[in-house]
Design a protein around this ligand. Sequence first.
Ligand SMILES: Nc1nc2c(ncn2[C@@H]2O[C@H](COP(=O)(O)OP(=O)(O)OP(=O)(O)O)[C@@H](O)[C@H]2O)c(=O)[nH]1
Ligand SMILES: [Mg+2]
Length: 385
Amino acid sequence: MDHSDLLNLLYVAVPALVVIAGGGTLIARRRRGDDTTVDREAPATPADVEVPDAPVADDVVVETPPVPTVETPAPAAGRLARLRDRLARSGSPLGARMLQVLSRDHLTEDDWDELEETLLLADVGAGPSAELVDALRTQARVQGLKDPAQVRDLLREQLLALVDPSLDRSLATTPGQAEDGGRTPAVVMVVGVNGTGKTTTVGKLARVLVAEESTVLLGAADTFRAAAADQLETWGSRVGIRTVRSDKDGADPASVAFEAVAAGIDEGVDVVLVDTAGRLQNKAGLMDELGKITRVITRRAPLSEVLLVLDATTGQNGLNQARVFAEVAGVTGIVLTKLDGTAKGGIVVAVQRELGVPVKLVGLGEGPDDLAPFDAEEFVDGILG
Ligand SMILES: Nc1nc2c(ncn2[C@@H]2O[C@H](COP(=O)(O)OP(=O)(O)OP(=O)(O)O)[C@@H](O)[C@H]2O)c(=O)[nH]1
Ligand SMILES: [Mg+2]
């Protein structure tokens, strides 16, 4: 290596190290007890809900991961920007098509209709689509749509307003204090329809937290099938995290959740992540199960976050199902997965409007670090390409 090679290396390596070291904290910490803390009693349905006084724990075991080699997860800061090409690929029909229509010479009614249809096809939703087109029409009348840069700026501004940069998207993952003065972990529960990516999200989020030097424990409250706990345990063991699970199929999910939080308190971990089963029973059944899990958890520690995982490729149907979960589970944030596989990025807008809850994280692939904190500006820039 001669002198100039060495210099080149320094130019590349030093900024890279600075970026890694200064990556900062992905998850802006918030104090427990703020407005997002979920600490509620589920609606009382005395006849059909059975709450164990002392959850039966004999079928719940804390397993030590067998894998000795522990991975070091990538820092999470700036991930959305790094994964932007995936977003651009997934969103380009929306951004590119809108820009293409808007740059026509004289916009006719048909053009405005086409614009609205483009938004609808991208799952933006009827209300927000009409609003955006109205706003663009007004602007077009007031200032005209002259050069492409101005059109792009205008569209960017309007899309940003829809995505709403003012929403608080930080995750509450700071440990809190129990009434007796002891420390309680932040408890994050993940809910959603099956196959949306709950377990994967818990695994990816665990890695983010580990990268930020938080201590984490996983709770496999999806006891529907043993493979679910195995899947979670595999994620955890890769980064040296333990999983509290039951060793038998069909064990009581609330009991596992309770044990996970109890173990988290005993061990003084910062965060307990609880995975749940996704089968969508009828609403009453769902309310029963999630209500019971919530009640036993909150007996030991407040629930810091209830994250609803939604598959971006499922469109309106997914949204309908999400609504049921939001009604029964007191959701504090949305994780939108599989945004890498769809041109329907507009679902971000629709889901926030529908559920009144911010999108906090997005899944952009199946890789272990393909989870990014959601950022409105980076997202809009991504779909504009
Ligand atoms: N492309 C892509 N695939 C994803 C993403 N997130 C999850 N997946 C895939 O989606 C599939 C289902 O993920 P799981 O995490 O098992 O989903 P789940 O919600 O836990 O499913 P159940 O436990 O059956 O309810 C897996 O093949 C994941 O790899 C994502 O952001 N992008
Ligand atoms: Mg799962």
